[in-house]
Design a protein around this ligand. Structure first.
Ligand code: NAP
Length: 522
């Protein structure tokens, strides 16, 4: 049952008098539960508990933490139907998506558990050549992490999503600032985490969940001296505000913010000549997937003028206009979509390709595609802006030179995609492909950018402004690197060395010993 209260560690609390409700965008009405925004004292209490919990949580073995993560997945699955129901009510996202995102969230927790059981993630390095000091290095957790739930992924990028799973895996307690659009989903997920923590003997305070409908709770959290790092997915504006807040603390801390992207697609002539119609159909689907509310939504398609590009644009327009529109996450996000689209459409020099012309139900997003000449795109950066929703811009470059210029001017992105049907053409467009590769965190060949695999090799990140730090990913196993720091033990007594660095390698992990990777003892 949803109580509307905050989880301050294991304790449910509602000391404040600011309340709010979530909204069902499909039914266009509020949901029943009343949520209590956390007070400053409650925020502080949760962080103090997290700092206290850190003392014992960081000493848990990797196996114990793996059991905790697996138990969270099991507890989520035990309440799967209720969780998916509230998820759908609060987000408007359809059943298939709720099933997929739920499975991904549980799978992600188990993947981090496997990483812990394998053990090499601590990156043990031992340097002890003859006549030199014996230096042994490994990664240790940072301390309490603040996680901001994302509006567009109530399961996979929120309460028990990738930020939380990776931080808990590292040995860092987590305090979540729940996203106000899905506070009910957040509370039920939190309940599962707290149950799992109790069942596996984790300290009280290893996890907390704070409700809020305004920005203060997040600000108090980021400013609290015992918070040591922040994970965020959302808008550029909020990501930058939090980064500045964290940088201006007496002790500055890192904010790993994923702030959006237009995900350029380089549609090379061979691909459009050989199967432009097929790509048009795929891209109509990708632009409208999740009503365009994916950070990897293809918001920009680049091609060179010619018959093949014209035919592709025409077919893309036809296909996208035929698709049924989807409901957006909330009335505010729908309004923001219309506003940011209007800003782009108030510019000169574009051609409207197509838009859905039928009647829309409340909170639905009207899909739309425009095209713009390369020269106009180069002159007017308003066409580069992310429009969060089912909207995309096709840029018609007059030749390869102009395409190169456009790519060199592009800001940092999460993804870049190359469509191609002729190997020789890859050499011909090498400069363009190289520029695109330099701009992105993930480069994709002959596919669509929507859909992000959770695996060890995934990078869901990219140069600024896509993220606040291009060195890291928020999806995949290396997401744990955001919450750890290296420590070197010099000539340290064997009895005091952590297991990962002991001479006999009792954990049997892969270590770098004097430049060679081995699982052997020294
Ligand atoms: P948002 O406005 O960036 O908010 C995300 C979270 O940050 C919310 O919990 C919000 O709190 C908090 N927040 C916002 N400004 C803050 C500030 N100055 N200080 C402290 N905390 C702050 O994102 P959203 O609500 O999810 O959606 C709004 C827009 O963000 C969308 O229309 C879209 O443009 C963009 N977005 C992008 C992505 C992406 O993948 N990059 C994902 C989701 C959304 P409150 O809501 O409680 O105020």
């Amino acid at each position: 049952m949803i109580t509307g209260k905050n989880y301050l560690g294991e304790e449910l609390s509602n000391k404040g008098n600011i309340t709010f409700k979530t909204f069902n965008p499909n039914q266009n009405k509020e949901t029943a539960p009343v949520f209590f925004e956390a007070t400053k004292e409650e925020v502080s209490f949760a962080v103090e508990k997290a700092a206290k919990a850190f003392e014992s949580y960081k000493k848990k073995t990797d196996i114990e933490r793996a059991e905790f993560l697996e138990a969270i997945a099991t507890e989520l699955e035990a309440n799967a139907e209720a969780l998916k129901e509230i998820y759908r009510a609060e987000s408007g996202l359809p059943e298939g998506r709720s099933n997929g995102e739920f499975a991904r969230t549980a799978g992600q927790l188990r993947a981090f558990a496997e990483m812990l059981k394998e053990g090499s993630w601590v990156e043990a390095i031992i340097s002890n050549p003859e006549g030199k000091p014996d230096i042994r290095r490994m990664q240790v957790p940072f301390g309490p992490v603040a996680v901001f739930g994302a509006s567009n992924f109530p399961f996979a990028f929120s309460t028990a999503g990738g930020d939380t799973a990776s931080a808990l895996a590292s040995g860092s307690p987590v305090v979540v600032k729940s996203h106000p659009l899905h506070a009910g989903t957040g509370e039920l997920v939190s309940e599962a985490i707290i149950k799992a923590a109790k069942k596996t003997g984790m300290p009280d305070g290893v996890f907390s969940n704070l409700n809020s409908k305004g920005i203060e709770v997040g600000e108090w959290l980021v400013k609290h001296p015992k918070i040591k790092a922040v994970g965020f997915t959302g808008s550029f504006k909020a990501g930058m505000a939090l980064s500045k807040l964290a940088a201006n603390r007496p002790e500055p801390i890192p904010v790993y913010a994923e702030m959006g992207s237009i995900n350029p697609v380089l549609a090379l002539p061979s691909a459009l000549e050989e199967k432009g119609e097929v790509w048009a159909e795929h891209y109509a689907g990708s632009i409208t997937a999740g009503c365009g509310q994916f950070c990897t939504n293809p918001g920009l398609i680049l091609g060179v003028e010619g018959e093949a590009l014209d035919a592709f644009i025409e077919k893309l327009g036809e296909d996208i206009a035929k698709l049924a529109p989807g409901v957006m996450l909330s009335p505010e996000i729908q309004k923001q979509y219309e506003n940011s689209k209007s800003e782009v459409l108030s510019q000169d020099g574009y051609t409207q390709v197509s838009k859905f012309e039928g009647e829309l139900q409340p909170n639905y997003g009207r899909q739309e595609v425009i095209s713009v000449p390369g020269a106009t795109f180069l002159q007017n950066t308003n066409f580069h802006k992310e429009v969060f929703g089912p909207f995309s811009v096709v840029v018609k470059c007059k030749d390869k030179g102009q395409l190169n210029e456009v790519l060199q001017q592009l800001e940092g992105q999460l993804t870049g995609t190359v469509l191609n049907a002729d190997e020789k053409e890859l050499q011909e467009y090498k400069e363009a492909i190289d520029s695109l590769t330099e701009t992105v965190g993930r480069i994709i060949y002959n596919s669509v950018p929507t859909g992000v695999e959770v695996c060890a090799a995934m990078t869901h990140g990219g140069p600024f402004p896509a993220t606040s730090n291009a060195k890291f990913t928020s999806v995949g196993l290396t997401a744990v690197q955001r919450w750890i720091r290296p420590v070197s033990f010099q000539d340290w007594p064997e009895t005091l060395l952590p297991g990962a660095l002991k001479t006999e390698n009792p954990l049997g992990i892969l270590r770098n010993v004097n430049g060679k990777y081995t699982t052997d003892s020294l």
